[in-house]
Ligand binder design. Structure first.
Ligand SMILES: Nc1ncnc2c1ncn2[C@@H]1O[C@H](COP(=O)(O)OP(=O)(O)OP(=O)(O)O)[C@@H](O)[C@H]1O
Length: 233
């Protein structure tokens, strides 16, 4: 599903250059649930942004579902991004003046789906994350865990090949984090490929594989014995 080879990325600020990714190689097969760990500044978000086609590497190759991602023009890149990728963020990134249902329906709106079909589909995804009864509530009426569930439903709505999550439990308490991870595990059990950036060891151990970054390189890439999230609660 994902293959990256010898990926490099530097940031330049004035005369200083910071070499953040120094030759990353890894691949992710369809259906994997992978966490990317590493200390602050090790390049996790930089890597996730490149995988998410939100940023480009300076060197190296990235192939997503058989498509080489390099030098695509903005329009094509946006089409691939919408087709292949769903995003989940630490701070949920919901639209505050839209209901849970309308937030989930946003990607469908941009696909040009008519209102009736969009509403039915968005409702089905809200049901999937256990929030059908909250469809008409606004984000400020929802708990953190509920907001992240809405964000997950929104990410799923366009049926992406891969879900990319940047610290999805970073703003949640422990119990809620495990509940969100249980939901993510369930989505992965249905076959979705998922990559998660996390600082938290217990969260990483709820994935199936942990990739550890240090100083711009992968220093460890290990399969995890799957632990069901709720067994931690
Ligand atoms: N747009 C940018 N311009 C300049 N430097 C940047 C930029 N984005 C990130 N950096 C620097 O690159 C390094 C890696 O950042 P990155 O956000 O990828 O790390 P991270 O492992 O995700 O860290 P954290 O866990 O703190 O989020 C850091 O030193 C950061 O300051």
């Amino acid at each position: 599903m994902i293959t990256i080879k010898d990926l490099h990325k530097s940031y330049t600020m004035g005369t200083n250059s910071l070499h953040v990714l120094k030759g990353i190689n890894f691949s992710v097969q369809e259906g994997e649930l992978v966490s990317i760990m590493g200390s602050s500044g090790s390049g996790k978000s930089t890597l996730l942004n490149i995988l998410g086609m939100l940023d480009e590497a300076d060197e190296g190759s990235y192939t997503l579902d058989g498509v080489p991602i390099k030098n695509l023009n903005e329009k094509i890149a946006a089409q691939y991004r919408n087709k292949f990728l769903g995003f989940i963020f630490q701070s949920f990134n919901l639209i505050n003046y839209k209901s849970a249902l309308d937030n989930v329906g946003m990607p469908l709106y941009y696909q040009g789906m008519k209102r009736k079909e969009r509403t039915e589909k968005a409702m089905a995804y809200l049901e999937k994350v256990g929030l059908a009864n909250w469809a008409h509530h606004m984000p400020n009426e929802l708990s953190g865990g509920q907001k992240q569930r809405v964000a997950i439903a929104r990410a799923l709505a366009s049926d992406p090949k891969v879900l990319l999550a940047d610290e999805p439990t970073g703003a949640l308490d422990t119990k809620t984090s495990y509940e969100v991870m249980d939901l993510i595990q369930g989505i992965n059990d249905e076959g979705k490929t998922i990559l998660i950036v996390t600082h938290e060891d217990d969260i990483a151990h709820m994935t199936k594989r942990i990739v550890n970054l240090k100083d711009g390189l992968i220093i460890d890439d290990t399969a995890v014995d799957q632990v069901r999230a709720l067994s931690h609660v």
